[in-house]
Design a protein around this ligand. Structure first.
Ligand code: GTP
Ligand code: K
Ligand code: MG
Length: 399
């Protein structure tokens, strides 16, 4: 029996099983079994090297956004309108067959937008180009789930389920469960608060299913069995998702209003070029990018060319900023001067651990050559004390 059939069989057994206190442990075990099979399903087939079929697109710019949705919801139309890169659009389904990249220029940054083939129910099991599409989504920073405003609201749930079953978690935080495998000592199970979904026995059973017999588990929130399985599997990807309802030109204003009020949702119309501003602003906000402008000594910074940092990728500290400019720069940095919302006064003298905010301005003050590495100051100059006092008399650096 293939993996998909085994998943289907267990799902059927779960559906048959009544949910109550007595079946709780059994259901938990079945969930773990399914999670393990799904992980197997995600392993690339032997002899293949990943996505393939024109789906490998080189990363470009300061962030990557993937367009995910059912066929003919308007993904390609949207890509063409936001990036100027033409992607074939037509009224028939599966017009797009590969991954087509475009670039959005926004707030002095470049965002790579990826148009993808439509996916259908069963995509996670390999239907259509589901697997490749999902692999590309995982490589992006956020997902725009494009939905047809005139179609069933159930589409959003179906797609979310497809993405969840391959380990994507949309608009969720990682569960606050500490989990560490050990070599010996059995299983230590603790929680910082009363738990209503999982008890010690259930936790043991799930771990047993994974053949884990020594581990430390600490629940820091009232998490579910599914959360526990996510933590044990450890391969989940937590991503922001914006639900983009397109084609609002064909529905009534009351329905538009209802969709627009849903969390993380933006309503648009490609035909009427409606609400793109809102979509771009929301996208920018969710990407959490931080623009930092470099200010050379005695000059104004170039406000068109920021260093772009991201909390999710690499971090936003002064250290990250320096590494971004040059990987050897850090050892020459004495301190930096910071202007902007992260600074308490302007400019603030900051060290490498200072967290930068969007639109901060930074000036790097380097160590003087002989100060480098903290050496040299009193070394080998004993024959020439005048040189030391000379250096010490030097005026502080001007900003
Ligand atoms: N009424 C209306 N139609 C739209 C809108 N945006 C796109 N369409 C139409 O929807 C159809 C599908 O558009 P595509 O851009 O090809 O959709 P897609 O999601 O890329 O489709 P696949 O690549 O096949 O998955 C086309 O006939 C578009 O003209 C819109 O805002 N309103
Ligand atoms: K289409
Ligand atoms: Mg398309």
């Amino acid at each position: 029996m293939g993996i998909i059939e085994r998943i289907k069989e267990i799902e059927a057994e779960m559906a048959r099983t009544q949910k109550n206190k007595a079946t709780e442990y059994h259901l938990g075990q079945l969930k773990a079994k399914i999670a393990k099979l799904r992980t197997q399903l995600l392993e690339p087939p032997k002899g293949s090297s990943g996505a393939g079929d024109g789906f490998e697109v080189t990363k470009f710019g300061h962030g990557r956004v993937a367009l995910i949705g059912f066929p003919s919801v308007g993904k390609s139309t949207l890509l063409t309108m936001l990036t100027g890169t033409h992607s074939e659009a037509a009224s028939y389904e599966f017009t797009t067959l590969t991954c087509i990249p475009g670039i959005i220029h926004y707030n002095d940054t470049k965002i790579q937008l990826l148009d993808l083939p439509g996916i259908i129910e069963g995509a996670s099991e390999g239907k259509g180009r589901g697997r490749q599409v999902i692999a590309v989504s995982k490589s992006s920073d956020i997902v725009l789930m494009v939905l047809d405003a005139s179609k069933s609201e159930g589409h959003r749930q179906i797609l979310t389920k497809e993405l969840e079953s391959v380990g994507l978690r949309l608009n969720k935080k990682p569960p606050r469960i500490y989990f560490k495998k050990k070599k010996t000592g059995g299983i230590s199970f603790n929680s910082t608060l009363p738990l209503t979904h999982v008890d010690e026995k259930l936790c043991y059973q799930i771990l047993h299913e994974y053949k884990i017999h020594n581990a430390e588990v600490l629940f820091r929130e009232d998490a579910t069995v599914d959360d526990l399985i996510d933590v044990i599997e450890g391969n989940r990807k937590y991503m922001k998702c914006i639900y983009v309802y397109n084609k609002i030109d064909v529905i009534g204003i009351d329905d538009v209003d209802k969709l627009a009020r849903q969390p993380n949702s933006v309503v648009i119309s490609c035909n009427l070029k409606l609400n793109f501003d809102r979509l771009l602003a929301k996208m920018w906000e969710e990407m959490g990018l931080v623009r930092v402008y470099t200010k050379p000594q005695g000059q104004q910074p170039d406000f068109t060319d920021p260093v772009v940092l991201s909390t999710d990728r690499g971090g936003c500290m002064v250290e990250d900023f320096c590494n971004h400019i040059h990987r050897n720069l850090i050892k020459d940095v004495k301190y930096v001067l910071v202007w902007g919302t992260s600074a308490r006064h302007h400019p603030q003298h900051c060290g490498l651990g200072h967290s930068l905010h969007d639109e901060d301005m930074v000036q790097i003050v380097k160590r003087k050559e002989k100060e480098e590495g903290g050496r040299g100051r009193f070394k080998s100059h004993s024959t020439d004390p005048a040189r030391i006092s000379d250096r010490e008399k030097k005026a502080p650096l001007k900003t």
